[in-house]
Design a protein around this ligand. Structure first.
Ligand SMILES: Cc1cc2nc3c(=O)[nH]c(=O)nc-3n(C[C@H](O)[C@H](O)[C@H](O)COP(=O)(O)OP(=O)(O)OC[C@H]3O[C@@H](n4cnc5c(N)ncnc54)[C@H](O)[C@@H]3O)c2cc1C
Length: 396
């Protein structure tokens, strides 16, 4: 039996939630189906490495998205789509289900990048989902030794979360100073020091090359010829975009496996859109890119929903991203790559950092700076496309 929907969304993540709400902004009655591989309803992932660990007054129900109640979508959890039949306007799932659509959104996000030779298991978590949070939370209650692999925002946030919850933590990352690929040295040193001061054992300058899991622990092999033994391992090495449905359906994919869309978030098939982490789109200010951040998932998902429901808008939002680490926080727009020229404008305890490629500002970091319209100011600097005469107080 085929179940038919006016709007069908593949993926049950944050962009899917936003898209269902976006559809409802324009169409109160059209039927919406959401097919999601995870066992849970859409959930805001940032909470999984932040507030659920660091704010005792914040619970899962505070974070919940209420997708079904608020949009009356039908949500099918534990349902992986295996193929899109564009001619028949239907998709098939790994369970043999067939779902028809008038208009389709691919919002499949990404899958955690894995270390060859270290498969996921009871003691090895490639951290991304609410299920992963539940498992780690249960284990953390025993205050074990957890090796966290990866110095990006997920690895560092999880390491910070675990140490603040009584675990012994070793953070394995490839840089000499944590964050030094992203931040200028003055800030990277502050970041690194926060972890050391909190009691995290920092194992920099190394990558995990393999390991073995046993019923009692995990043994990791590292590129610097050392080993680390821990009770559990949490890996946060970024994602591979989950765009594999596109090419067999004749839709264009990007070099990294994302799904290519135009300014209306539409693929070459006018009835199929893509949004969120998986979508490579033309950003008005920053140019073509994929963005793996929540502001993009929310804004792009909502725009995709409205477009599915007939809006002729373009996606003009240039997303920001953020992270919280202990008492520090930052927000940023564009490219943060410390190998670029960086100019730092100290403001109080924090600073505004500009990342330049030639004469173009390509990234702005607001490090411990609270400004109501700081992100809009940052977008204006990025959009200007020229080197400002002075950076002092340019964003303030
Ligand atoms: C722990 C954590 C913390 C984060 N913190 C921040 C932060 O502080 N700031 C920030 O900007 N960003 C943060 N992010 C990133 C942000 O959460 C993502 O950018 C956002 O979730 C992307 O939304 P999405 O809907 O595109 O993808 P996802 O939320 O990944 O959802 C995609 C869904 O599609 C499902 N799926 C995939 N393939 C199929 C298929 N074939 N059939 C059916 N379902 C499928 C997946 O199972 C998944 O549920 C964080 C991410 C994580 C994991």
């Amino acid at each position: 039996m085929t179940r038919d929907y006016d709007y069908l969304i593949i993926g049950g993540g944050m962009a899917a939630d936003a898209a269902a709400h976006g559809i409802r902004e324009r169409d109160a009655d059209g039927s919406i189906g959401i097919l999601g591989e995870e066992s849970t309803a859409p959930f805001p992932r940032p909470a999984l490495s932040k507030k659920l660990w660091t704010d005792a007054d914040f619970s899962e129900s505070d974070a919940a998205l209420h997708t079904i109640d608020e949009t009356s979508a039908d949500l099918y959890v534990g349902t992986r789509v295996d193929a899109i039949d564009r001619e028949g306007k239907q998709v098939t799932t790994s369970l043999g289900g067939v779902y028809g659509y008038e208009r389709l959104l691919i919002a499949t996000g990404g899958r955690p990048r894995q270390i060859e030779g270290l498969p996921p298991g009871d003691r090895v978590i490639y951290y991304r989902t609410l299920d992963h949070y539940h498992r780690l939370r249960e284990k953390a209650a025993e205050h074990p030794h957890v090796a966290v692999v990866g110095g990006g925002y997920i690895g560092s946030e999880i390491a910070a979360a675990l140490i603040q919850n009584g675990c012994t933590v070793t953070l394995i990352h490839p840089d000499d100073v944590l964050g030094s690929q992203t931040f200028p040295p003055s800030i990277a040193e502050q970041v690194d020091a926060m972890f050391t001061d909190a009691g995290v054992t920092m194992h920099g300058g190394a990558k995990v090359t393999g390991g073995q899991s046993s019923p009692t622990g995990v043994h990791l092999e590292l590129s610097d010829d050392t080993t680390v033994a821990a009770d559990y391992v949490v890996v946060g090495l970024g994602i591979e975009p989950a765009g594999t449905l596109a090419a067999p359906a004749g839709l264009e994919t990007s070099d990294d496996g994302g799904i290519v869309v135009d300014e209306h978030l539409t693929t070459a098939d006018p009835d199929i859109l893509a949004a969120g982490d998986v979508a490579e789109y033309p950003d008005k200010i920053l140019g073509r890119r994929r963005v793996e951040h929540v502001d993009n998932a929310n804004e792009m998902g909502a725009a995709a929903g409205r477009i599915l429901a007939g809006s002729d808008e373009t996606y003009d939002h240039t997303p920001y991203f953020y992270s919280d680490l202990f008492d520090a926080w930052y927000e940023a727009v564009g490219t943060l790559d410390s190998s670029l020229e960086t100019i730092e404008d100290q403001q109080g305890d924090g600073s505004v950092v500009y990342y330049l490629e030639g004469d173009h500002v390509v990234g702005v970091l607001l490090w411990k700076v609270d400004l109501d319209d700081g992100l809009d100011q940052a977008r204006a600097v990025l959009a200007a496309g020229t080197r400002p005469e002075s950076f002092r107080g340019l964003i303030s």
